[in-house]
Design a protein around this ligand. Structure first.
Ligand code: SAM
Ligand code: SF4
Ligand code: SF4
Length: 336
């Protein structure tokens, strides 16, 4: 059964954060001055167990979800993630199972074991090919070369097509946009350029720092002619662009300048089991409380459906001075 919200948007996608921890401190997500050594992360007992996640996922699928993305924090920090992947891959009706990672822990063995457990595809974040810029952006002194190795490992394991996500921030890494496109032309991988967003309340976001989707497309199109391609499915967030010379495609995610709330079919589950209906929501629904109180499946199913039915979120469409000061969940909490 598919449940629709107040704006007739079906529930189709679920992003599951498996941890709030990360070994990077990207300034746009977990700035080190806030997420330093004294920051208190969730304790083990706060986290949903794999069994709880799999049960919730099964009931989301029964409500119409077809696609699940595992995320974090950094999802590969969670031990034995393959066990969860295996449990999710076994859910009847789930068509797509994928994961977003910073690549730092994605060895060839890890990529193979995730694939063997049933992971279908992977997205690896990489903000720059310039080692100094990248090390500064991840603020963990992590080198570009290791992420490039992770991308190769993913492709070799058959987690294809590999998507490579670059958040573009003006004056920080935007001059690397054409270079990133060039590096992955003809590779079979798909680079996606993401507008820097005002998620959470800690990253000091300013509109000035956003490089618009339009500008990104212009900069790439100037070097290699491109044309728009049809979306793969309703609600795809990335606009697809194809190189006219057959070198592949890129994606551009214009969350700020080209909001796509009208077709937003995404639910999010935080590591401690809060169910969010928008990336910019201030609070979520305590699904963990429901899961841990002995509630039968039919009632959990109905609880999920009821939250979705009441959904009216369209933050990116109404973003303004008025929404600026509102309390929002942090990105590391629900994983983008
Ligand atoms: N740690 C993993 C990673 O970095 O791929 C998964 C979680 S991370 C929160 C998911 C994605 O959100 C990453 O691609 C990251 O670049 C993106 N992201 C984080 N903060 C963002 C922001 N303020 N604007 C746009 N994208 C952001
Ligand atoms: Fe970690 Fe990903 Fe956030 Fe960077 S974007 S701090 S890698 S969770
Ligand atoms: Fe979906 Fe909220 Fe983003 Fe709009 S702002 S696209 S409703 S997550």
């Amino acid at each position: 059964m598919t449940v629709h919200d107040t704006l007739a948007r079906p529930l189709r996608d679920l992003r599951i954060s498996v941890t709030d921890r990360c070994n990077f401190r990207c300034s746009y997500c977990m700035p080190r001055d806030i997420f330093g050594s004294s920051f208190v992360f969730l304790s083990r007992s706060d986290l949903l167990t794999f069994e709880e996640i799999a049960r919730a996922a099964r009931l989301f699928v029964a409500n119409g979800v077809e696609k699940i993305r595992l995320t974090g924090g950094e999802p590969l920090i969670r031990r034995d993630l393959e066990r969860l992947v295996e449990m999710l891959a076994a859910i009847d009706g789930l068509r797509d199972l994928t994961l977003t990672t910073n690549g730092s822990l994605l060895t060839p063995e890890k990529a193979q074991s995730l694939r063997a457990a049933g992971l279908q595809r992977i997205t690896i974040s990489l903000d720059s090919l310039d080692d100094a810029v990248f090390r500064a952006m991840n603020d963990a002194n992590f080198p570009v070369a290791a992420v490039l190795e992770a991308i190769d490992a993913a492709a070799t394991a058959g987690l294809a097509p590999v998507k490579i996500d670059m958040v573009v921030k003006r004056r920080i890494n935007d001059d690397g946009v054409p270079g990133m496109a060039r590096r992955f032309r003809n590779s079979g991988h798909i680079v996606r350029f993401i507008e820097y967003m005002d998620v959470g309340n800690t990253n000091g976001w300013r509109l000035d720092d956003v490089v618009s989707a339009r500008e990104i497309v212009e900069r790439i199109g100037r070097e290699w002619p491109i044309e728009p391609a049809e979306p793969n499915y309703l609600g795809e967030v990335a606009e697809r662009w194809r190189y006219l010379d057959g070198a592949g495609e890129i994606g551009v995610i214009g969350s700020v300048t080209r909001p796509f709330c009208g077709t937003c079919t995404r639910a999010r589950l935080s590591a401690e089991g809060e169910f969010f209906t928008c990336l910019f929501a201030g609070r979520g629904f305590d699904l963990r409380g429901v899961l841990r109180s002995g509630t039968p499946d039919q009632e959990v199913l109905a609880a999920i459906a009821n939250v979705w039915r009441l959904r009216a979120d369209r933050y990116s469409e109404i973003r303004s001075e008025a929404t600026r000061g509102t309390r929002k969940v942090e990105m590391y909490h629900i994983g983008g």
